[in-house]
Write a protein of this length. Structure first.
Length: 472
């Protein structure tokens, strides 16, 4: 979440303040000036015709590329002043729910005025592996939310891994050292990747279907002719075949153009919808553009399934996407406004105030009949958030496995040498105030996701259990 995605503005003073002919404060209703979001380590300078982001820690500061390569006009259309005109709301085109609140400030953080570091694609860049290690460590130290939950001594990690870095450490070697340092976090929203994106490391918590299949592969006879990718494809084809054979004889199967959803009808007039992700429905990366397509897609889905008596929504393949998409879809399953979930970001040794995220009922077609959600340990991130909302708006029952338990938006950052990384910085709670990070969303009826025995028997235990619930 956030964005799965860093220097270009004329600065008019050493202090990096906004360009102005005087020291008078900016007039109200103007977004020009300097803004900071300390909980996210992001600063922003807005000028009359351009804007510039910075990523900063308590020690250093770098410029940060515009997340979506947006124009000034797109940026100014997306942001808005709050009632308190010293707060700028920036949703990053719908990727942040709720929008990040930037505070107006006269000058940028001290690290940006005294320790601005040139990036690898900027004039003045100097290779410095130890500096890059320190920037990485400091970002996590300032913003990562779950050291206590993960029982990881981050200072101890620095003391252990920093001596392995020298002035001669290559970018590839540094990437491996950083990956080893974050591995104990076992957080699927923590990732580190090379500047060219060719190599990346992430370390999820709960094992998923892929891990199950990999373990099976390792037990195959030595004369097995398949490699791991071929074996996984073979097993996954069985899964899709079994699901397809579960549909009512003669029922049409419709797949969205994005290949991120398909739907049909099960026996006993039960609708079936498989949501493969909470993103990727449109060519554009902008969540605002995704929502336009999602609205149209659900017009089709609910038209096709208008006469069913109930629905199974299969989230077992869904690794997440955008909270905004999750909220918009949940709005198709209610006729009343309801609290979906709550969240807050870490802020130093404290936290930002809790934000309540409400699900707004759609003004388009809706589905107000019984719903069961199918889940697995691969169900993660925005898909888990969708489940929290659906438990409130649709009283949905959950069948399958407790989910992965990674709710926080990912906060993307980069090092001066171009290495990209992300981290979890936010605490999510369901409407009842329960904190489910690592635990995942618990289910009402447990059913494993396509065990080897189920695949060999060509049966979907979880889907059968969901149909039993809806029939009864």
């Amino acid at each position: 979440m956030f964005w799965k995605a860093i220097p270009t503005l004329v600065i008019c003073s050493v202090a990096l303040t906004a360009c102005s002919d005087s020291d008078d404060p900016l007039p109200l209703l103007s977004i020009e000036g300097n803004w900071i979001a300390p909980a996210y380590g992001i600063a922003l300078t807005v000028e009359p015709t351009d804007f510039r982001y910075y990523q900063y820690t308590t020690q250093t500061c770098q410029t940060w590329e515009k997340p979506f390569d947006e124009t000034y006009e797109q940026f100014t259309d997306d942001v808005a002043l709050a009632t308190d005109e010293n707060i700028l709301l920036n949703s990053f085109f719908g990727a942040k729910v709720p929008a990040i609140e930037f505070e107006r400030t006269t000058i940028l953080p001290e690290s940006c005025t005294s320790s601005l570091v040139a990036n690898f694609d900027e004039d003045g860049y100097v290779e410095h592996p130890l500096r890059d290690f320190d920037v990485f460590w400091q970002n996590f130290n300032d913003h990562y939310a779950f050291f206590d939950l993960k029982q990881v001594d981050w200072t101890g990690q620095r003391d252990n891994f920093r001596p392995r870095v020298t002035d001669n450490t290559s970018d590839d070697e540094l990437l491996v050292i950083l990956a080893q340092m974050i591995e104990p976090l076992a957080d699927g929203h923590v990732e580190v990747a090379s500047a060219d994106g060719e190599e990346d490391f992430d370390f999820g918590g709960k094992p998923t279907f892929f891990d199950t299949v990999e373990a099976e592969f390792e037990q195959l006879p030595a004369d097995n002719q398949l490699d791991i990718d071929e074996y996984f494809d073979e097993q996954f084809e069985i899964v899709i075949e079994v699901i397809g054979n579960s549909f009512e004889d003669g029922a049409a199967v419709t797949e969205h153009d994005s290949e991120q959803a398909f739907w049909s009808i099960l026996p006993n007039n039960i609708g079936y919808l498989n949501l493969i992700a909470m993103a990727g429905f449109a060519d554009s990366e902008l969540t605002t553009d995704q929502l336009v397509v999602v609205d149209l897609m659900f017009d089709d889905i609910l038209s096709n399934l208008a006469d069913v008596d109930s629905m199974v929504i299969d989230l077992r393949f869904n690794g997440g996407g955008d909270d905004g998409v999750s909220a918009r879809i949940a709005g198709r399953f209610t006729d009343a406004r309801a609290l979906g979930w709550r969240k807050q970001a870490r802020l130093g040794d404290s936290r930002l105030p809790l934000s309540d995220i409400f699900i707004e009922p759609t003004t388009r077609s809706s589905f107000l009949k019984p719903v069961v959600l199918l889940t697995s340990t691969a169900t993660a991130s925005a898909a888990e958030v969708f489940m929290l909302a659906m438990q409130q708006v649709a009283d949905a029952q959950l069948v399958g496995e407790a989910t992965q338990g990674i709710f926080s938006d990912t906060l993307p950052k980069s090092l001066p040498n171009g290495i990209d990384f992300s981290m979890s910085t936010e605490y999510y709670f369901n409407a009842d105030g329960e904190f489910l990070e690592d635990l995942g969303v618990p289910v009402d009826v447990e059913a494993a996701f396509f065990t080897l025995e189920d695949r060999q028997a060509r049966q979907d235990t979880a889907l059968m259990a969901a149909q039993d619930l809806l029939r009864n």
